[in-house]
Design a protein around this ligand. Sequence first.
Ligand SMILES: [Zn+2]
Length: 277
Amino acid sequence: MPELPEVETIASGLASFVCGRKIQEVRLISSHMIIGDEIIFRKRLKSRIIRNVRRRAKLLIMDLSDPVHLVFHLKMTGKVWVPGERTDPNKHTHMVLALKGGQDIFFEDQRKFGYVAAMTPEELGRWSFYAGLGPEPLQIESEEFVSIFKHRKARIKSLLLDQKVIAGIGNIYADEALYLAGIHPCSVPSEISADKLAGLHNCLREVLLAAIKAGGSSFRNYRNALGSAGSFQESFLVYGKKDHSCQQCGCVIETVKVSGRTSCFCPHCQEEPPAAK
Ligand SMILES: [Zn+2]
């Protein structure tokens, strides 16, 4: 699933191509990806100017004139991109936005878990998923991060994945940051020192910023706004590295399930908390 760095990369890539452009035509190839009424959806997009493209958590948001917010959740395999000339929609293309002056935006999704909605500012504000999102990890100070986590009694990995606690983090960057911070995925924050939690925030920032710089991780089918792959997957230290050697100590990387998600960790660098043993 595209996480914070991937969606950020898509948003900034799209912005340079589509900001200031007018949506001339809305072609819906399959309308089941739309949340809400199709007629209203079309009406809200037609002839609008794309003012801005941004990210909130893992959501990709285009702010249109009037104003309307065109909100995409890419889920597992969703892609929003601007193909080069002479690219035809394929069987995974669900929507094409034709821009005035000749540029298309494609919304594709192989597994069809993604969705798109056209919302007024009031609707976006009332949407419980959006209103309930936790803070952005790159926009808060370490003190706030520590205060969010320090009294929590759930396992740290589950909390990092919980979009209501902190936004935009998924399996990849949670595993990488926990490894860098030397924290076991089953650790409970209320038993972790404030210094170590602040260290986790630093590691999270470090890994997210490095991944944005690398254009995201193309672990499965993620592509940026121009259809190119990112390269941060080449820098993974633990994610997807089961049975590989830890780069710090040489121990074999292991996995543990936390909230149904596989977590990769080094049993030496990330010591198991006493309660989990
Ligand atoms: Zn190690």
